[in-house]
Write a protein that binds this ligand. Structure first.
Ligand SMILES: [Zn+2]
Length: 805
């Protein structure tokens, strides 16, 4: 079934049933509707807003004590197919919706009286549609069950992810994609008591329901959540036994990372339940367990949807009590914490700061202004660019998960990442406040909306030029527009101080200078364009009154280097990490409005590379680039091209001799025997599941332009370790010693990471290869390191080195 058919069906159902209303909450990138059905008795519908508001009070410890939970309907949210190619889920949602709309069974009528059911039939319409097209395209008249058949093997990037190839089931706390942004708004509007998350796993498996592995639960999740998950699990167990479907529980999957649909509820006073059905990915298929049919998989998903409702109905006292006490306890726990609040600041980059605050506010975390300037630990926090989060508030646990930096864990295996501390991801200054008195003394008004950045251009038109500090996150977007207008733009390779309008202004490495003379545009036109950009992008320019500066380089200096507009080729397709590729595409396209030409690796050798000056290779293997293609890249590099390679792409470049990076691996243990049962556990513990490390950053290197700290937190989720280069100028970013900031790493890997390279540059005559050993753009929320990546795109062309080691 395609998504449009699903929409028709649900729209019709909502039209004919007085138990259902349909509510749209977002649009996907491909303009598909994200919506849910609100299903409850007609009586409840007539006072729906009243029910919602009263229910919401359960999560407000200031008023929740007086609520009579005996009379309050539950809120249950059923969520299907966040992974678009796990289609038994979305297909099951139609039957569940119909059943709830049409049933005259007393049991169902009771459910509808006692519950408001939010049924979200398809959480990822774009991916779902890609998958449906693929499967339907390969449909045969005679049932085709052979599992090597093309129909079961979607081509790259498959239907799992959204339009920009993001896994939406990792975005719940990060809220960087429109689908999730709308969904989290709905979630926080309704605060469901139970949320289901219906998935598929490999065809040869059976059925899984949560609870998962208990030792892999996040420490902020209370024990009661796991108990309730188990109680609900008893109902799934019975329902699946009744229809003779095999299942398993309490293994393999976990609830550590809160960015998933089954774990986000756990940190919101709810119970999240993951379901995994063996997926056909077609109509009927041969598997190790015999024939698996699409209807069979749909039936299981329908069955556990209904057992969830039955369990919830029977736990209709326990579930609201849990929601209420979860938030009451949060206040108590916050009171016991020696930390009373977090204060954070980013004076140089209001846009990055706003993205940070955006995440917090989306989850109903209360953020406040300062009422006066404050200094702590040598860092001054001023009222205009600093904010404060008191811990004593309902979302205490989620705040802790965003700010705490755990390094010790009760398990060494993680289904997903082990660290997501937001201040590190955003490279933002923060301090803890341990005195309640201090907190009360400096806390100001609550912030309800993201502050608006107002750009400015102090002064009249210049006949010398304009200066764009490379500090604001969106400076690259502005630079690209200036370059697209045909203007000559230059980058300062040294800092300087000058006076404008009587003020002394210090500008750092990476400042962009737009001279007035020598341009195709008239002085007046340049002024108009810059005035327009300050308003549209909220960016602050400075105006140069003379080429003379007070200190540092003058504006006519050769150390202001002309830079060309980037023309970007991004390699995509089979064998390439679609997540890393999608993150780059999204970053350039959505954030910076820079066009990107997406090509397959096989096209290298058949296109004119001279039309481009940037080639990006996301992690992957590139064995389909022919020898002719390799020669072509080599020639292009020699002529000045900039090749940016991420993570495993650097392995390939080393293998074909383009780079001479020194990769390190763990030396093998001396001969010994171990128990076979420990094999998979030990393998898992050797991974780096996604952890955060501190790195040194050379602020004078083009890769570090615009940054203001000598160290930067870096996210690592691979086991590549590369020595720093022999050329002392070629490793602008490398790990400190003892660099772990947050997350899991085993001892052997930890020895290898000390002082190893994060970014390393290899010169190739006029061109260069910029090797990012880690993925700087992870899940679109690593706003700290993705600036390094953008710097590589704009300033890679200016990097020159004495030797190319
Ligand atoms: Zn899934």
């Amino acid at each position: 079934m395609t998504h449009d058919k699903l929409v028709y069906y649900m729209t019709a159902l909502a039209e004919y049933s007085d138990r259902i209303i349909l509510e749209e909450y977002a649009l996907s990138f491909e303009d598909r509707s994200l919506f849910h059905l609100i299903i409850t008795s007609p009586g409840n519908h007539s006072r729906l807003e009243e029910i919602r508001k009263e229910h919401l009070q359960l999560s407000d410890p200031e008023v929740s004590a007086s609520l009579d939970i005996n009379e309050m309907p539950l809120v249950i949210r059923l969520g299907y197919s966040v992974h678009g190619n796990e289609s038994s889920a979305a297909n099951a949602s139609l039957l569940v919706a119909y059943y709830l709309a049409a049933s005259r069974d007393e049991k169902i009528l009771n459910y509808l009286d006692q519950m408001v059911i939010l049924l979200d039939p398809c959480l990822n319409p774009d991916g779902f549609n890609r998958h449906a097209s693929w499967v339907n395209t390969h449909k045969s008249t005679v049932p085709m069950t052979d599992e090597i058949s093309r129909g079961f093997r979607e081509t790259w990037p498959g239907g799992r992810t959204n339009h920009y190839w993001f896994d939406l089931n990792r975005d719940w706390i990060l809220v960087q994609q429109p689908e999730t942004r709308g969904r989290v708004d709905v979630y926080q509007r309704w605060m469901p008591n139970v949320q289901t998350d219906h998935h598929e796993m490999e065809a040869g498996s059976s059925f899984f329901y949560q609870p998962g592995v208990a030792s892999r639960t996040h420490p902020m999740t209370p024990q009661r959540t796991i108990e309730l998950t188990s109680l609900i699990g008893n109902y799934h167990s019975k329902a699946l036994d009744d229809i003779g479907s095999l299942f398993f529980s309490e293994e393999r999957f976990d609830d550590f990372y809160y960015g998933k649909g089954s774990s986000y509820p756990d940190v919101n006073g709810s119970v999240g339940i993951l379901f995994e059905q063996a997926g056909v990915r077609g109509f009927i298929r041969e598997t190790g367990n015999g024939l698996l049919t699409f209807p069979f998989t749909i039936r299981n998903q329908v069955t556990v949807s209904l057992s969830t409702l039955e369990a919830s109905y029977n736990l209709r006292k326990e579930l609201p009590e849990h929601l209420r006490s979860f938030y009451q306890e949060a206040i108590k726990l916050a009171g016991q914490n020696i930390i009373k609040g977090y204060i954070f600041s980013e004076p140089d980059d209001p846009s990055r700061l706003n993205h940070f605050i955006d995440i917090l506010i989306k989850h109903r975390i209360h953020v406040y202004h300062l009422n006066k300037d404050y200094t702590s630990g040598g860092i001054s926090f001023n009222t205009s660019s600093s904010f404060i989060i008191p811990l004593k508030q309902p979302q205490y646990r989620l705040i802790e998960s965003f700010f705490r930096a755990d390094k010790k864990f009760s398990d060494s295996i993680f289904y997903d990442i082990s660290a997501w501390a937001l201040p590190y991801a955003f490279n933002i200054n923060y301090h803890t406040i341990t005195s309640q008195k201090t907190l009360e003394d400096i806390i100001g008004e609550e912030l309800y909306d993201i502050p608006e950045n107002t750009g400015s251009l102090p002064g009249e038109m210049s006949n010398i030029g304009y200066l764009l500090p490379w500090k604001d996150y969106y400076a690259p977007k502005v630079l690209y527009q200036l370059q697209s207008a045909g203007l000559v733009t230059k980058v300062a390779s040294e800092p300087f101080t000058f006076t404008a309008g009587g003020d002394q202004i210090q500008l750092g490495y990476g400042t962009i200078f737009i001279p007035v003379s020598g341009q195709k545009l008239e002085a007046g036109e340049i002024f108009q364009l810059i005035t327009k950009l300050t308003k549209e992008e909220g960016i602050v320019f400075s105006l140069a009154e003379t080429s003379h500066t007070l200190s540092g380089i003058d504006l006519g200096s050769q150390k202001l280097v002309s830079i060309k507009k980037p023309h970007v080729l991004l390699l995509t397709g089979e064998d390439i990490n679609s997540q890393e590729a999608g993150e780059i595409w999204h970053l350039l396209d959505i954030r910076f409005a820079i066009p990107v030409t997406l090509i397959e690796q096989e096209q290298i050798g058949y296109i004119n590379m001279n039309d481009y000056n940037i080639l990006i290779m996301p992690g992957g293997s590139y064995n389909n680039i022919s020898l002719v293609g390799q020669d072509e890249i080599q020639t292009w590099l020699k002529n000045g091209g900039t090749l940016i390679a991420i993570s495993r792409a650097n392995k390939w470049l080393n293998d074909i001799g383009f780079t001479k990076l020194k990769f390190n691996t763990i030396s093998k243990d001396t001969a010994m025997t171990k128990s076979y049962k420990d094999l998979s556990r030990e393998r898992g513990a050797m991974e780096i599941p996604g952890s955060i490390f501190n790195a040194n950053l050379d602020l004078s290197h083009p890769i570090g332009y615009g940054m203001n700290k000598y160290t930067i937190p870096v996210f690592k989720d691979n086991t590549l370790f590369v020595d720093i280069a022999k050329n002392p100028y070629a490793t602008p970013v490398y790990y400190t010693s003892d660099p772990l900031l947050s997350g899991f790493i085993n001892e052997k890997n930890y020895k290898l990471i000390d002082n190893s390279a994060v970014v390393i540059i290899t010169s190739v005559q006029s061109g260069r290869i910029i090797s990012f050993i880690e993925n700087p753009n992870f899940r679109a929320f690593w706003f700290g390191t993705n600036k390094l990546f953008i710097n590589a795109i704009f300033f890679g062309q200016t990097i020159s080195q004495a030797s190319g080691e």
